[in-house]
Design a binder for this molecule. Structure first.
Ligand code: SAH
Length: 310
């Protein structure tokens, strides 16, 4: 052995220095060789319980940026036999679903349901009863203006097994990517999320409690209701010059942020495409200094003037 060592160190005098490097290289080459075959490496959940046959996982997909998915969401997407998804789920996220998985789109737009809610419930129940491992994938968080509760009630009534994975909701994701902190000790001690899309004949929000100044108001599905929202807030005492932002396609590479004052809210919203989130409050001003995300388009932001100036 001593003779062998002596011989080796004569033939390869820097062996002690190169040994760790050589070991790493051999390991890397071995790993590359093992993964170079046509069979993909098996997907093993990193954490959590595997999705069981017949189980439905209600998974929040976040507002669009694929990196905002939770580890649980990615694990479940890779185990599912069927993924039932909404229009709000971004194409980048759908690319994570294995090609062998069945994708069912039940896309919903604000004023149009391509598949009625009752049919969505039926699809989930049918797939589960067939023994499929089902992921019900929704934009943002399923329990925030996402009808997640309603879908789960149906699954529970049918006696099915389910689990829920929270997602980053639009209010959090989109404002963060727009450089707008939802609360700030100086400007906003509270934040409220409301929907602008009330059921026809539904209850109006308590506008006077929303029209306060040390508060951030985030409005989901408010694009087509912006005129009414603007009028109600001003009628209930909010300053016409209160800063506002309309965030279109938040967290995605196509993100656009239109900002201005409350009197411009309707005109800003009119120029935005879906999905868009309305943010009202002094925190919007912080965007001037806190903006960090760089979307693809160079004209990603505009200060918008009244309709007459367009
Ligand atoms: N459950 C979702 C909300 C569904 S309601 C969540 O937690 O985020 C749909 C509304 O969410 C849209 O009309 C829009 O107001 C908002 N929204 C969702 N994703 C968005 C995005 N990427 N950019 C801007 N608004 C978004």
């Amino acid at each position: 052995m001593a003779l062998f060592s002596a011989l080796a160190s004569t033939l390869w005098p820097v062996s002690e220095r190169t040994k760790p490097w050589m070991t790493r290289m051999v390991r890397t080459l071995t790993a590359l060789w093992q993964h170079s075959g046509s069979t993909p490496a098996p997907v093993i959940p990193v954490v959590g319980q595997p999705l069981r046959a017949g189980e439905v996982a209600l998974v929040g997909a976040g507002p669009g940026d694929v990196e905002l998915l939770t580890v649980a969401a990615v694990n479940l997407l890779q185990q599912a036999d069927v993924v039932v998804y909404d229009r709000l789920v971004s194409p980048a996220i759908l690319k994570l679903v294995p090609t062998t998985t069945r994708l069912i789109c039940v896309g919903k737009a604000a004023s149009f349901h391509s598949v009625p809610q009752s049919r969505i419930n039926e699809i989930l129940i049918e797939q589960s009863q067939l023994g499929a491992r089902v992921v019900r994938l929704k934009g943002g968080d399923s329990f925030i203006f996402g009808r997640g509760g309603e879908e789960l009630e149906q699954l529970a009534a049918a006696g099915l097994v389910f689990r829920v994975v929270p997602g980053i909701t639009a209010a959090s994701g989109c404002t963060t990517y727009a450089g707008i902190p939802l609360t700030h000790r100086k400007y906003a001690q509270a934040v409220t999320f409301i929907t602008g899309h009330c059921k026809s004949g539904g209850e109006e929000p308590d506008w006077s409690s929303l029209a306060v100044s040390n508060h951030t108001l985030v409005i989901y599905m408010g694009r087509l209701e912006a005129q009414r929202i603007q009028e109600q807030l001003i009628a209930h005492g909010m300053d016409e010059q209160m800063p506002v932002a309309v965030i279109e396609n938040g967290t995605r590479l196509e993100q656009r942020v239109l900002s201005g004052e409350l009197t411009h809210l309707a005109s800003l919203a009119h120029q935005a495409a879906s999905p868009a989130l309305l943010v009202i409050g002094h925190v919007v001003e912080l965007r001037e200094s806190l903006q960090w995300f760089e979307p693809l388009t160079s004209v990603a932001e505009s200060k918008v003037l009244p309709e007459s100036a367009l």
